[in-house]
Write a protein that binds this ligand. Structure first.
Ligand code: ADP
Ligand code: MG
Length: 250
């Protein structure tokens, strides 16, 4: 794939976003003046060493954390200006999030777990919308199973269905394949890829060059800044760039 021009409208825009923790001598700058545009319907992978700010970038962009300064736009909405209540509603209605740990409720079936965000929004889920989204992740036949009766990959697909049931504009994943074996991880990655191909914006943190190669664009973070990026890369190109970055840092 060649370098992809940003023709689609931006799904997410960060302008000079800084996030610091603590004060004075003990302060940590987790994000340092990050500016970034992510076009709608693209799949972005975020890579970088531990502590480089990947999770903070995701959390701020998803409205789970607030930057210390700078602006974050989701579509045309400025997250940084929102009250806690509006931010909570925005997270509920416009954002999906999957984590390394699947975070399913063990006593609920797959279908009940998937329906949960709709129930929390005060809606009575239609059977068909839960079934459709379980079908999208290939689990139509597992609707009545509890998490303990499902494999790790199936549990993560339930978590993915739960994140998608509200039809979020942006789907975030913080190492969503980190707890899966490589074959199962690839099934989840193929699903994320197909979501982006159908117009959903996907942003995922990963340490794995193979996982990142499913993305349209890979951002490399170091010390809270975006230091490098690749468009449409192969796993080999990503691994080579990671090695070059480590060597350059020595
Ligand atoms: P990554 O996900 O790339 O490993 P993080 O975004 O989790 O990195 O963290 C970036 C930096 O910010 C690290 O130095 C981390 O210790 C610090 N940090 C993250 N969250 C907090 C917090 N809640 N309080 C204090 N420091 C934090
Ligand atoms: Mg992290």
């Amino acid at each position: 794939m060649e370098q992809r021009p940003a023709t689609a409208p931006p799904a997410v825009r960060l302008s000079s976003v800084t996030r610091s923790f603590g004060r004075s001598a003990g302060a940590v700058t987790a994000l340092d003046d990050v500016s970034l545009t992510i076009p709608a319907g693209t799949f972005t992978a975020v890579m970088g060493p531990s502590g480089s700010g990947k999770s903070t970038l995701l959390q701020c962009t998803a409205g789970l954390d607030r930057p210390t300064s700078g602006q974050i736009l989701l579509g045309d909405t400025d997250l940084t200006g929102l009250s806690e209540r509006k931010l909570t509603l925005l997270r509920r209605d416009r954002i999906g999030f999957v984590f390394q740990a699947f975070n399913l409720l063990p006593s609920l079936t797959a279908a009940q777990n998937v329906a949960l965000p709709l129930r929390l929004a005060g809606r009575r889920p239609k059977r068909s919308e839960v079934r459709d989204v379980l079908e999208q992740v290939g689990l139509a036949g597992r609707a009545g199973h509890r998490p303990a009766e499902l494999s790790g990959g199936q549990q993560q697909r339930v978590a993915l269905a739960r994140a998608l049931v509200t039809r979020p504009e942006v789907l975030f994943g913080d190492e969503p394949t980190g707890a899966l074996d490589s074959q199962t991880g690839r099934e989840v990655l193929a699903l994320l890829r197909s979501m982006a191909d159908r117009g959903r914006t996907v942003i995922m943190v990963t340490h794995d060059p193979v996982a990142a190669s499913y993305a349209d664009r890979v951002l490399f973070l170091a010390d809270g800044s975006v230091r490098d990026e690749l468009y449409g890369p192969t796993a080999g190109q990503i691994a080579a760039r990671m090695t070059a970055r480590v060597v350059a840092a020595c």
